[in-house]
Design a protein around this ligand. Structure first.
Ligand code: ZN
Length: 344
């Protein structure tokens, strides 16, 4: 009798079961972006070990294009005792999923946190692959992402191509980092240093004293033209002085290397600064960008695309500095014609 009643209720039961199953599937789709591939089908990542527990996947040292799929900034992972911290997960969902699968399959580790060093699309949009995990950044980076990421996703998709950016959505950092914070990964610790404002309005710097590894975000370049973006020449140079004092053995910036990347970036910015000031001294005006030549860097990637922008930005920032120098006590008075030419 009982069996009959049970079977009699089967249509209702199966309806309830299928509803439950769809609810579970919907929840799963929200909690994780895509089902993780089995390890024998996961595409490996060409990690390079920088120091014990510190691995980087270097990007192409060139401008974003469909050929490099937007991977022009290094993705790092710090791994210890089965835990992993991802720094700058990369340009999009597909890249991030590959990183995540590799951490699980190769390092047998679980990601405990993702960190965004600054609000540039090629560094942060792979947050999409880690949406169910804590994503950390400083307040300025989050603010800049909220202001600019809808446009930066569109812009990166145009430059890197639809295939590279397929499925990518914007995922904001939910954990706020502050100077003095310590990020722990197993037995390893990374320190959050003071915020810098050279490459963007908010550049996060991380330091691992144990192995003297420095993560400088977009503050260190080599072979590719530094991007003044939303930053400042003066503050970038001051930041590089502070970073040099740490005497890092390894530097992860726009590319991966040693303190030579800080030297190279410093030389470019110092030269840009002094030549812009010299052009002002010579009575040139802001419309004459060709008056500032930095031909020694013509072989660096991005020179054709960015040198004019960098000069323009440096000019706007340095104009008041030049005026102050010209009117300082004891300084020779600036020739009136050049004052007119700089638009004052
Ligand atoms: Zn950047």
């Amino acid at each position: 009798m009982r069996a009959v009643r049970w079977w009699g209720r089967l249509p209702l039961l199966s309806l309830l079961l299928s509803l439950l199953l769809s609810l579970l599937l919907a929840f799963k789709a929200q909690a994780g972006p895509v089902a993780a591939p089995p390890c024998d089908r996961a595409e490996p990542v060409p990690w390079r070990e920088l120091a014990p527990g510190v691995w980087v996947w270097e990007g192409a040292n060139e401008e974003v294009s469909p050929a490099n799929a937007g991977h022009v900034a290094p993705t790092s992972v710090v791994v210890d005792s089965g835990e992993a911290l991802v720094i700058d997960p990369g340009p999009g969902l597909q890249h991030g999923l590959r990183v995540r699968a590799s951490i699980r399959c190769r390092f047998k580790a679980r990601v405990v946190q993702v960190v965004n060093t600054h609000a540039h699309a090629e560094n942060v949009l792979a947050n999409a692959a880690f949406a169910d995990l804590p994503i950390a950044a400083d307040a300025g980076t989050r603010e800049a992402m909220v202001a600019r990421c809808p446009d930066c996703l569109q812009s990166l998709t145009q430059r890197a191509g639809d295939a590279a950016m397929a499925g990518t959505t914007i995922v904001w950092p939910g954990v706020r980092l502050q100077p003095g914070d310590a990020l722990r990964v197993g037995r390893l610790t990374l320190q959050v240093l003071d915020r810098e404002q050279g490459h963007t309005a908010s550049d996060l710097v991380l330091w691992m004293p144990q192995h003297r590894v420095l993560w400088a975000g977009g503050l260190a370049y080599g072979g590719r033209l530094p991007e003044l973006a939303q930053g400042s020449v003066e503050q970038w140079l001051a930041a590089l002085d502070r970073l040099q004092r740490l005497q890092p053995l390894r530097v992860v910036g726009s590319r991966v290397g040693d303190a030579g990347l800080l030297d190279a970036t410093q030389l470019y910015l110092q030269t840009l600064r002094s030549r812009v000031l010299a052009a002002m001294d010579a009575g040139r005006h802001a419309g004459e960008l060709q008056a500032v030549r930095l031909d020694e860097w013509a072989g660096w990637a991005g020179f054709a695309e960015r040198q004019g922008f960098n000069t323009q930005r440096a000019w706007r920032e340095l104009e008041p500095v030049w005026m102050d120098q010209a009117t300082a006590p004891g300084a020779a008075p600036a020739p009136p014609a050049s004052v007119e030419q700089v638009g004052r």
